[in-house]
Design a protein around this ligand. Structure first.
Ligand code: ADP
Ligand code: MG
Length: 243
């Protein structure tokens, strides 16, 4: 079986800054991978390359069968398979909650209206937001916005969802609701790559942990083992600061 995401000797520069250094990484279908590491180490860059938000400079990157290094690859085909949830939600502010969910399936998947609405309402129910279907994003709390953003991502029935610090902008009392929904996503068998500071999620929900530092994968391990015995001094130092 081939991997759903595969990096081979991938490098990425911002001008002279070498942000991703010779990345080799295979992610298998259904894996839940947490990426942790210091600020500025390249975690966002790494996951943003996985749906073509950041182009790579060299190497090979195959995502759901599409070659991201090939200029001829249609990025929209990859984005049909790969959803993304951001730290700051990025909902469409001039659309209702329901429209936020139905828009992409209508335009990209040509999903018929009745079915589209039914699926959207089921997802809103699932994330506890059905009663806000006709509200606008500005009327929601951050935690509610993020729940809608995850439902929006799920509505596309993606194979992979990328999460970039999905709880970092939330008030503490809202974090658990979002983490619970992410656990539900994991239980659906959707492949997840999650940049996170939530060590509880990393340890309990993910089945693989990547410690990223200075553009490199320093550790790629079972999460429980990692938290018990980090292999590297850098990881030990990092954990001692945050736990
Ligand atoms: P992390 O998500 O781990 O905090 P990032 O991937 O955001 O790290 O950033 C990695 C490095 O690349 C940092 O030094 C950051 O300043 C730099 N960087 C990120 N995005 C850009 C950009 N668009 N242009 C120039 N430099 C960038
Ligand atoms: Mg980041």
């Amino acid at each position: 079986m081939s991997s759903i995401i595969e990096f081979k000797h991938v490098n990425k520069y911002y001008g002279k800054l070498h942000a991703l250094k010779d990345i080799n990484l295979k992610i298998e279908e259904g894996q839940v991978v947490s990426i942790i590491g210091p600020s500025g180490s390249g975690k966002s860059t790494l996951i943003r390359t996985m749906n073509g938000l950041e182009p790579i400079n060299s190497g090979q990157l195959i995502v759901t069968g599409y070659d991201l290094a090939n200029r001829k690859t249609n990025i929209n085909k990859i984005r049909k398979n790969v959803g993304m949830v951001f730290q700051h939600f990025n909902l469409y502010n001039n659309h209702t909650v329901l429209e936020n969910i139905t828009l992409a399936p209508k335009i990209v998947l040509k999903r018929p209206d009745a079915e589209n609405k039914k699926i959207a309402m089921e997802l809103l129910e699932r994330v506890g937001m059905a009663d806000k279907a006709d509200s606008y994003p500005r009327q929601l709390s951050g935690g509610q916005e993020q729940r809608v953003a995850i439902a929006r991502s799920l509505a596309m029935r993606p194979k992979v969802i990328l999460f970039d610090e999905p709880t970092s902008a939330l008030d503490p009392e809202m974090i658990q609701d979002v983490l619970d929904i992410m656990k539900y996503v994991a239980d659906q068998g959707i492949t997840m790559v999650v940049v996170t500071h939530e060590m509880g999620f990393a340890r309990k929900v993910s089945n693989r942990l990547i410690f990223f530092d200075q553009g490199h994968i320093l550790e790629d391990r079972d999460p429980v083992e990692f938290f018990k015995h980090p292999d590297t001094d850098r990881a030990r130092q990092f954990l001692s600061k945050i736990i």
